[in-house]
Write a protein that binds this ligand. Sequence first.
Ligand SMILES: *Cc1c(COP(=O)(O)O)cnc(C)c1O
Length: 452
Amino acid sequence: MQTKITLPESSIPDHWYNVVADMPNQPLPYIGPEGQPITPDAMQAIFPPSIIEQEMSGERWIEIPEPVREALKLWRPSPLYRAHRLEQAIGTPARIYYKNESVSPAGSHKPNTAVAQAYYNREAGISHLATETGAGQWGCALSLAGQMFGLQVHIYMVKISYDQKPARRSMMQAWGGEVHSSPSNLTECGRKILDKDPNCSGSLGIAISEAVEEAAGKEDTNYALGSVLNHVLLHQTVIGQEAKAQLALVDEYPDVIFAPCGGGSNFGGIAFPFFADKAAGKEVQLVAVEPTSCPTLTKGTYAWDWGDSAGLTPIMKMYTLGHDFVPPGIHAGGLRYHGASALVSQLYHEGLIDAVSIPQTETFEAGLLFARTEGIIPAPESTHALAAMIREAKSCKESGEQKTLLFNLSGHGHFDLSAYDRFISGELRDEEYSSEAIAASLQNLPNVAFEE
Ligand SMILES: *Cc1c(COP(=O)(O)O)cnc(C)c1O
């Protein structure tokens, strides 16, 4: 009975897959402050040319530079597992597989794009990267990548996480990252906020504004984002390409694929290479899983909106809860985002992919079952995909269907153990989303006159 399906280093993909080439309708442009499609030139202040080109590319395959493949070798190809013990515990006739992205040094899928972004910025002569981080996963991934490619990384970490998650802060510093509590007095927008409220606990929106302000104001500094944008999803497609090759080794093809969805990067990463087959007529169901308390796809609106709360980013057509919606403080910090990738949003809007939402306690119940059968303690984000997959495995038990199920274990939960503590001691509750708060936030969408 095979448990782990591995590939040699030579099987790390040499191209990224760009889903735009197989989408029935082309994506809409991003809109700038003047209400017109944003030009590549306008993005030059904060991104290197190769990243801007990838962001707007319609090419199906984009070559992975050799130094990036070399960096990926530290943890890729990641193993694919058959979850025999989980199957037995559920008593399902379904065959369950999971791709283990927790094996990267930072413990999640995020370094897959961090190394590519660091490489292209260094090639463009940039010496510093500015970024934001909430719970700390992205800040860790970019610090690691900065260290590998010789870039200094400045991270604006949301103050409440800076105070509550000192271990993630230590990891960033160990990899040479410089971490600032946000709002900080290093930027004009940080100082403005601190003047008004010296005890402000910060938000992702504020941290993004600080990082963008620093990058836009300094010649040697660019900005890097860990999700949402097309090039980030592109870089993550190594996950799905490897999974497809690994499943083929055991003569399998998935009926349903599940991934947690925050900004959409690990979902796109595992699902898009299979979408290529779906576009060619193959049957495969692709399911993005989100928290019921931050239900961007399942309860949001498909509309033009900003990527940050301050309105400094371009405007994108996407599913959104409104850029000033503040989700409840659930433990899956990586899923607390008001919007979703434009590509994921469009495919969902066109009925080509599916989405479900899961309440917090059900996700931790799934996480514990996984820890007690498969051994790995999953990140709270990953437990969303796991819980949705367990629902499907149980329905296979009732129907007797022998489906092949695949889910993305996007990260481990070693820095989220206090959340597991709270669940085990019965303190954790489901956070309902507030339809009033969402409705109020949707009042503030930008007015875009651009003709689609
Ligand atoms: C950041 C993160 C996510 C959510 O981000 P996506 O861009 O939607 O993938 C999911 N899982 C883990 C472990 C994360 O760190």
